[in-house]
Design a protein around this ligand. Structure first.
Ligand code: PEP
Ligand code: MG
Length: 328
């Protein structure tokens, strides 16, 4: 099987009906970048910039951040890298950034984390913005903001980048060739107002790890709960379907970057719901490419529509049998 996946490295993931699906990888360290060439993925759909902070004993200064981002872009070559601004706090606490506000969190995952923290500790976000802009001089930059709950948070975060961009312009520095801004959808509240934010977004990436935790009110780190709630449950699938429908006709590139996209049956369901970009763990690229090549999008789309209206008692078994009947 491994050899078969290796052979798929240079094969582009077209569905059986001829649609090109973007298959990207999730990464967080310099060393992860070798997986791009190894898997033949289309780029990095989620670069978790907080990893540099988590492995560091002290706050990584701007120059160190710039160096990392430049190395990552060098390693990616022509392939896009979506940098997510720091998602610190919650389960990813760093001692040198602890704050009274974080100490008040009884539920850190729902607490003072990610952009909530970065927008208040403006120096942190400013430094990261400048590092990303400088590292991307003459190239494309993709920036994604985590844990957006309301549209104004996206605007405020983008404003920090705009300000740093102006700073570099005035000083006649080389700027990125293009900049695209996106949001992560991890907090259910954002889905209710996504039509309002969509015109301002270049792309949207659903973080199903956190989304599931908030939708079910179930701690993502607790294995007992992980067994209880299924990614293929009608609640999640209907949620994702409504989101995907809400973005039809909008120029927002919709993708997914949670672990869900790296599982075969889940990926099949996501394709049926209209998702065309999956960012997944590198080990899953081979199996998911293989799956994509066997899928007819209209066929799985029809099946999903039926199942969303009247969900089968066991969606997982239903999907598995549906796939098996078609030799998938
Ligand atoms: C997610 O929440 O689904 C996600 C991709 O981000 P992280 O796992 O880093 O929280
Ligand atoms: Mg998350």
């Amino acid at each position: 099987k491994q050899a078969a996946y290796a052979e798929l490295r240079d094969v582009e993931p077209f569905t059986r009906c001829g649609t090109r699906i973007q298959v990207m990888i999730n990464a967080g360290l310099r060393d992860d970048m070798s997986a791009l060439a190894m898997t033949g993925a289309d780029g990095v759909g989620l670069f978790r910039t907080e990893f540099q902070f988590l492995v560091s004993a002290t706050l990584p200064q701007r120059e160190r951040q710039t160096r990392l981002y430049r190395d990552v872009l060098d390693a990616a070559g022509d392939k896009p890298v979506i940098f997510r601004t720091v998602d610190i706090g919650g389960d990813k606490a760093v001692p040198y950034l602890r704050d009274e506000a974080a100490n008040m969190d009884e539920n850190p995952a729902m607490g003072w984390r990610a952009l909530r923290m970065a927008l208040e500790r403006e120096g942190l976000l400013k430094a990261q913005a400048r590092a990303l802009l400088e590292a991307s001089a003459g190239r494309s930059l993709y920036v994604m903001f985590p844990m957006i709950s309301e549209p104004w948070e996206f605007d405020a975060a983008k404003a920090v980048f705009d300000e740093q961009l102006d700073f570099l312009k005035v000083r006649k520095k080389i700027l990125p060739e293009s900049i695209r801004f996106g949001a992560m959808l991890e907090v259910p509240s954002l889905a209710e107002v996504i039509d309002i934010l969509a015109p301002r977004l270049d792309f949207l990436s659903v973080g199903t790890n956190d989304l599931t935790q908030f939708l079910f009110a179930a701690d993502r780190a607790n294995p007992k709960l992980a067994e209880r709630y299924d990614w293929l449950s009608p609640s999640i699938l209907r949620f994702l379907n409504r989101l995907s429908n809400a973005l039809v006709g909008q120029e927002v590139d919709l993708g997914i970057c949670g672990e869900m996209g790296g599982r075969r049956l889940e990926a099949l369901a996501l394709l049926g719901l209209g998702f065309r970009r999956l960012s997944i763990t590198p080990a899953a690229v081979g199996p998911i490419k293989e799956l994509i090549r066997q899928v007819d999008l209209a066929e799985i789309g029809d099946a999903m529509n039926r199942w969303l209206v009247s969900p089968p008692a066991d969606m997982r078994t239903e999907l598995r049998e549906w796939a098996a009947e078609r030799g998938i």
